[in-house]
Design a protein around this ligand. Structure first.
Ligand code: BDR
Ligand code: CA
Length: 306
């Protein structure tokens, strides 16, 4: 996770879902610097009294580039300038890559999924430094990219690139080229207004009692006031693992652009279905092509449940 508002909501959803056993969280440089992303992960873990879940500070910079931030959108604290108190919990002293590797090695072979809600820097470094990790991972579910497979599937950071893949395109390329199954949730689905929070969804949340609803409404407050809606990018990637029936995926070959003057960080999905596989660009990725509107109610129900 890279410490943004929707990262926090995604983590709440994961920790409140009995279908998932969350082993640990690694923070990464992205929306905010990695130190802040780590603090934000700890805030959520503490909010839900889940000190059994470790939080590790991951890499502080993209593999080969300077970081870009999204503090104009997520606030200088990454959590909508909510300035909630600092957590009492501390991150694990383990290096993030070692923490992930240990978790993978100690769980049943290929039973662990890595859900990525930020730039893919940590995962790319893991796959490069510890190639043996590849065969221990069941799949990578990532929020990232824009695949031009729906009318919403164009860029947000640039005309064609989504923030997470644009932030560290080389890392995204390494992950896309690794021999690990990928399910990608891109802007194609997350930008569909039918699955975004509206003012009335927000009011539902704001009027509910309890610490989690208070936390969620305070981190959403500024953006709801400013834009009147909020895209649930990262929670959708988590929900794919909890309730797959809410989503549809199609198989595309895809690659990440790392050189283009106007296309850096673009996820290029090859839609030429008349060509044989070996003539298509990139490797096979399951790309999310739709989410049912019910997703939003599912998300709100989980968030507001006691
Ligand atoms: C992605 O970029 C970040 O700002 C969000 O947290 C999400 O992961 C959406 O493009
Ligand atoms: Ca994120």
């Amino acid at each position: 996770m890279d410490g943004g508002i929707d990262d926090a909501l995604a983590l709440i959803l994961a920790l409140k879902s009995p279908e998932l056993e969350v082993a640990g969280i690694t923070a990464v440089s992205g929306n905010v610097p990695v130190e802040q992303a780590t603090i934000n992960g700890l805030k959520v873990v503490e909010l839900l009294d889940r000190s059994d879940v470790w939080v590790a500070r991951g890499l502080g910079n993209p593999l080969f580039r300077d970081p870009i931030r999204a503090t104009a959108f997520h606030g200088s604290d990454g959590l909508g300038d909510s300035n909630l108190p600092l957590p009492k919990l501390s991150p694990t002293k383990k290096l993030a890559l070692n923490a992930i590797l240990e978790t993978l090695a100690s769980s049943k072979r290929q039973s662990t999924t890595i859900i990525c809600t930020g730039p893919l820097t940590n995962v790319a470094a893991l796959l490069t430094e510890f190639p043996e990790a590849r065969e221990m991972i069941e799949e990578i579910v990532m929020m990232g990219g824009a695949y031009f497979v729906t009318k919403y599937g164009f860029g947000n950071e640039t005309p064609v690139a989504e923030f997470n893949t644009y932030s560290d395109p080389e890392a995204a390329k390494i992950v896309f080229e690794a021999d690990v199954p990928i399910r990608a949730v891109g802007l194609d689905v997350t930008m569909n207004p039918r699955v975004q929070l509206t003012k009335s969804d927000y009011d539902q949340l704001r009027n509910r009692k309890g610490r989690v609803c208070a936390f969620a409404s305070s981190i959403l407050k500024n953006n709801m006031r400013r834009y009147g809606r909020f895209a649930l990018h990262d929670p959708m990637a988590v929900a794919v693992k909890i309730k797959p029936s809410l989503f549809q995926f199609s198989n595309f070959h895809a690659q990440v652009e790392t050189k283009g003057e106007y296309t850096l960080g673009m996820t290029v999905a090859d839609r030429r279905d008349w060509l044989p596989d070996d003539r298509l660009v990139g490797r096979s990725v399951m790309v999310c092509t739709s989410a049912v509107p019910k997703f939003k109610q599912f998300f709100l129900t989980r968030l507001t449940a006691a």
